[in-house]
Design a protein around this ligand. Structure first.
Ligand SMILES: N[C@@H](CCC(=O)N[C@@H](CS)C(=O)NCC(=O)O)C(=O)O
Length: 259
């Protein structure tokens, strides 16, 4: 049995969940709260980032590495195009999101969520018991500086840069998909999966694992509204509708639990 150690709302975790779901891989999910996750994840990988996939007792992190491993073990449906040129284009797009655009966009998302500590706790603690969410909401204001430090939120210019990255990413997917509907060639690939997972943090497609718990806090709704009319946001919603095929509850094909 494979186990995915995840944060519920996260672009990199969503990437791996989506790959597992699309390949119909039987697995269980364990959701952790950011902050309290540190000890558990460090004991598994020696680092602190999620997602972590445990397979045959071996823990691996890094969403692209995990997806490459899944692609070898579970080749269908393919996430990497067969054509070598399209394959390297798809991988380059994945890298661009993973290494540049996603971490910059994440700053804006986290900073906005931190303005509503109760909502931050609701987003990351969805599925946890309410006492646990309540306790978490009480701690969030004190831990906010650590979240900011860990994610490069250093002041107004880092947030302006995050907004620039969001627009750059939305423009990019709108423009690249204008001919075929997809980012690398004319079929769904890792490029679409990585870009849509990253942009789902600001687009929040409904009926998906990345939709926002309700009621949505006003500052966060305002952020989502800023981008919702963009052609790139329409692309994200279309890709989710056509290719995500998982409900909001994160359960995936097997078991999900919050510990
Ligand atoms: N390059 C990594 C990035 C993963 C990452 O940044 N994960 C964040 C959640 S979006 C995380 O777990 N942060 C907590 C930490 O670094 O302690 C990947 O592709 O998996």
């Amino acid at each position: 049995m494979l186990t995915l150690i995840q944060f519920r709302h996260s672009p990199y975790n969503e990437k791996v969940r989506w790959a597992l779901d699309i390949k119909n891989v039987v697995h269980e999910r364990r959701s952790l709260l950011p902050g309290p996750h540190l000890g558990t994840v460090k004991a598994l990988t020696g680092r602190t980032t999620t997602p972590v996939l445990i397979a045959d007792g071996v823990a691996m992190d890094g969403s692209s590495r995990v997806i490459r491993w899944l692609e070898e073990r579970y080749p269908e449906p393919k996430l990497l195009p067969l054509d070598p040129e399209l394959r390297s284009l798809a991988l380059e797009i994945e890298r661009r999101f993973d290494d540049d655009l996603t971490p910059r966009i994440r700053r804006v998302v986290l900073d906005t969520l931190l303005r509503s500590p109760g909502y931050f706790a609701a987003v990351f603690g969805e599925g946890a018991s309410w006492p646990k969410r309540f306790g978490y909401a009480c701690v969030v204001p004190f831990a906010a500086f650590m979240v900011k430090k860990g994610n490069g939120i250093t002041g107004p210019s880092s947030l302006e840069d995050g907004h620039r990255a969001a627009i750059e990413a939305l423009d990019y997917v709108a423009e690249r998909s204008s001919t075929t509907g997809y980012l690398a060639g004319d079929i769904f690939s890792i490029a679409d999966l990585a870009a849509a997972s990253a942009l789902a943090t600001i687009v929040r497609p409904v009926d998906s694992p990345m939709s926002s718990p309700r009621p949505v806090a006003a500052p966060f709704q305002a952020l989502v509204d800023t981008y919702s009319g963009h052609a790139g946001a329409r692309w994200v919603r279309r890709i989710y509708k056509a290719h995500r095929g998982a409900s909001h509850d994160f359960d995936g094909p097997t078991v999900s639990s919050h510990r």
